[in-house]
Ligand binder design. Sequence first.
Ligand SMILES: NC(=O)c1ccc[n+]([C@@H]2O[C@H](COP(=O)([O-])OP(=O)(O)OC[C@H]3O[C@@H](n4cnc5c(N)ncnc54)[C@H](O)[C@@H]3O)[C@@H](O)[C@H]2O)c1
Ligand SMILES: [Zn+2]
Ligand SMILES: [Zn+2]
Length: 361
Amino acid sequence: MAQQVQGVIAPGKNEPVRVETIVIPDPGPGEAVVKIQACGVCHTDLHYKQGGISDDFPFLLGHEAAGTVESVGDGVTDVEPGDFVVLNWRAVCGRCRACLRGRPWYCFDTHNATRRMTLLDGTELSPALGIGAFAEKTLVAAGQCTKVDPEVSPAVAGLLGCGVMAGIGAAVNTGQVGRGDSVAVIGCGGVGDAAVVGARLAGAAKIIAVDIDDRKLETAKTMGATHTVNSRSTDPVEAIRALTGGNGADVVIEAVGHPETYKQAFYARDLAGTVVLVGVPTPEMRLELPLIDVFGRGGSLKSSWYGDCLPSRDFPMLIDLHQQGRIDLGAFVTETIGLGDIEQAFARMHEGDVLRSVVVL
Ligand SMILES: NC(=O)c1ccc[n+]([C@@H]2O[C@H](COP(=O)([O-])OP(=O)(O)OC[C@H]3O[C@@H](n4cnc5c(N)ncnc54)[C@H](O)[C@@H]3O)[C@@H](O)[C@H]2O)c1
Ligand SMILES: [Zn+2]
Ligand SMILES: [Zn+2]
């Protein structure tokens, strides 16, 4: 039986989000309904509201979530009702050419639920990143549910569902930061700070945090940054070179999603170094670089989809590290809020007041 719950939708481009009644169908084959316990507010939710991701309004926002499986459809064997899960937005297919080549974190055919959640009048909703978890319940593909230890708080576990995983993975998986490396992170919000945590975990010797907001730089220090640069007052390329013997960092992680900061990352890395783009640009953005510099500086320019993670491998591992006290995921939760507070949370994100506001249900 379809059920009605409360959820937060973005009705149209730049229109304020609002709480609406959402109709959740029963799970179809390979699908699961999950009772949401916590969902973080990510910058990507704001991109959706602003029309920066697609025009498929209305969106059911929220995608950084943890909860309990309520029911599953036919053929679901990996999770069952009662399981505590973190939702992921890249359920790997196991059959595409990336999966068959043994690189499932690149899966080219990730999937979501095919049944649609709707408004009461039947309008179909587009769930953000195929999740839609600013809601009491949501419908996902069962492969989007990763079982983790229920002892960890939902607010903390949910963070792994997007920003924290994207940032840690950008450093550890995509950037392949190694012991002794120098790393710079441009943009120290939830994602950038998680990249700082990942770089520290991987044994980086020097971690340079760059932001335009001193408060963000202070927080980045508590996450493991060894040096900070305010790029509003200081040229970040010069500053990063000065801090690395005049050379530039081995790995530079761009966690803003803007051509200007990408160029900074490009020139702030050492010869043959690595740039990792984890920030998400909007469709109209363009990058112009002298091709001779792309060639002459060598190295690799990589993008990081969801930290190139494998949820089944990485979520339980990071929860273990958190529980052992080797990383502090709780430090990312600035405040807990209700479903009605998303607009204010966007405003606070915009003002730079928070790392993560987390909706707790
Ligand atoms: N690749 C992925 O899989 C993935 C996953 C989640 C989020 N993202 C993207 O990562 C980016 C960051 O997300 P977030 O949730 O951390 O956002 P956020 O708003 O919390 O953080 C952005 C940070 O960048 C800083 N900043 C803004 N302009 C800057 C500039 N010119 N120079 C230096 N710093 C600047 C801000 O002060 C802020 O600290 C977004 O683009 C988001 O869409 C990507
Ligand atoms: Zn695949
Ligand atoms: Zn996100």
